[in-house]
Design a protein around this ligand. Structure first.
Ligand SMILES: NC(=O)c1ccc[n+]([C@@H]2O[C@H](COP(=O)([O-])OP(=O)(O)OC[C@H]3O[C@@H](n4cnc5c(N)ncnc54)[C@H](O)[C@@H]3O)[C@@H](O)[C@H]2O)c1
Length: 440
């Protein structure tokens, strides 16, 4: 099937699809294409995940509007089936790869999952299939890593035996389906015809702009958009620290700054987490490593954002000191272990750094998170007798917290708020003293 025939098959939905990696990104993508009428095979290395998906149960525990229902629906239609076995992919016309792409402790991309997926796929790749990487990768990775590896493992040649492109995802946990259908995407193909074929495919699930580009542009756009966000958050965090030092209120400052044209100051807070924002700036930077270009803003932003959980500990120490309580042996209620509100995603959670620091100081953290089975349960029961609480994540449960009840279970009336969830008035009424990031 040549590219124009593949495009026809995509248009009339006879093209057979596969999604490799059924995590936060791959699962909703697979389910949406199945809902759109395609036959989709999902490949996943975690047996438990495969079992759950085939039973129509979403393995994603956070508040993900519509996903559980969509999955149950498409599994019933038999248009989506999950498997651990790559062998069955030999009849697939389009293959999307959605595996994780983290960085290591030295901020170097770790493409083990991507390499492994390509190595497993190569030997069964159908003649003239279209392979689309949806994972986020450093600029140049499609050309320098994916292409040669796929050619080697498949024994086929680009544009003669298979087609290749990258269409990075822009989703965020908590809005997976909504983001997938309403956010624009960049379809980077190894040729313009490949980009156009990719657009013909995504048109069936995306109701927003689909922009054709080459692969390196698509790689750059994805990593730059997340690096942009990281840098903006770092700037807001730095202004927050200045506000604390000079007796300002960063929330008021931000509101008024944003009244000035073309200013969009981001939200400061207790830190940045998740699979993407903490590592995508490093992926962007990695592209320039071999060229010896000195990068300053991206590493500095990372350092500022990484320091925020430790800054939360500093605010806590000051609050305890004011109450005459040393941090050593203090029991500290820690609200939220996910990295994002109403999500079960704990990857690169800022709370992990905060908790590690509390242990270093000899404090006893008591963690609560309604979305993480290890830490869920009744909040007040869990933190009863704690000396203070630190709010790390703006989960709905913490937004709607009964502050009077909170005060009644604490030894000291201390709430350190890293997400600007509660204000002075509510805290005062409850008899709590509130310490917020960015308020001097
Ligand atoms: N999570 C997000 O919000 C988000 C947003 C946009 C882009 N992305 C990017 O999308 C990619 C996937 O992210 P994610 O959050 O879905 O990760 P994830 O860890 O939730 O999902 C990846 C899945 O791939 C599976 N997997 C790993 N190796 C495999 C293999 N060889 N064969 C089959 N399955 C394999 C894993 O078991 C896992 O279930 C990453 O590159 C990420 O940067 C993520």
């Amino acid at each position: 099937m040549k590219l124009n025939e593949l495009r026809d098959a995509i248009e009339n939905k006879t093209a057979r699809l596969a999604v490799i990696g059924l995590g936060y990104v791959g699962l909703p993508v697979a389910a949406m294409f199945a809902e759109a009428g395609y036959n989709v095979t999902g490949v996943e290395i975690l047996a438990e995940r495969v079992k759950k998906i085939n039973a129509g149960i979403s393995p994603i525990e956070g508040n993900e509007p519509g996903l559980a229902e969509l999955l149950a629906r498409v599994i019933k239609t038999d248009r989506l089936r999950a498997t651990m076995d790559y062998a069955g992919l030999d009849d697939r016309d389009v293959l999307l790869i959605d595996v994780e792409t983290p960085v290591d402790d030295n901020n170097v991309p770790r493409y083990d999952a991507l390499r492994s997926a390509i190595k497993s796929l190569g030997p069964v790749l159908k003649e003239d299939a279209l392979v689309i990487i949806e994972s986020t990768v450093a600029p140049g990775t499609i050309k320098d890593l994916v292409l040669p590896l796929l050619e080697e493992c498949s024994g086929k040649k680009l544009n003669q035996g298979f087609y290749l492109g990258i269409c990075p995802e822009r989703v965020m946990p908590g809005k997976l389906l909504k983001n997938l259908s309403t956010l624009s995407r960049v379809a980077g193909g190894m040729t313009p015809e490949t980009s156009e074929t990719m657009i013909a495919l995504y048109r069936h699930i995306v109701k927003a702009d689909l922009d054709a580009a080459d692969c390196v542009t698509a790689e750059l756009v994805k990593t730059a958009e997340n690096a942009y966000r990281d840098v903006q958050i770092a700037f807001a965090n730095e202004v927050a620290l200045i506000c604390e030092a000079v007796g300002g209120d960063v929330w008021k400052v931000r509101e008024l700054v944003n009244k000035s044209p073309m200013r969009q100051m981001h939200l400061p807070g207790a830190g940045v987490g998740g699979h993407c924002i903490p590592k995508d700036p490093w992926l962007l930077a990695y592209g320039a490593k071999s060229k010896n270009i000195s990068l300053r803003i991206i590493p500095a932003a990372r350092a500022v954002n990484n320091s925020m959980p430790l800054h939360m500990v500093k605010l806590l120490e000051e609050a305890l000191a004011q109450a005459g309580k040393p941090v050593l042996d203090a029991r500290i209620g820690v609200l939220g272990y996910a990295y994002l509100e109403d999500s079960d995603d704990t990857r690169n959670s800022p709370t992990r750094s905060l908790v590690a620091r509390l242990y270093e100081l000899g404090a006893q953290p008591v963690i609560h998170d309604p979305w993480i089975p290890e830490y869920d349960g009744d909040l007040f029961e869990r933190i009863k007798g704690c000396d203070a609480v630190v709010l790390m994540v703006a989960h709905s449960e913490y937004r709607n917290l009964d502050l009077k009840k909170l005060k009644s279970v604490l030894r000291l009336p201390i709430l350190v708020d890293g997400r600007h969830v509660h204000d002075d008035i509510g805290a005062n009424e409850a008899g709590l003293k509130i310490y917020s990031v960015g308020k001097g």
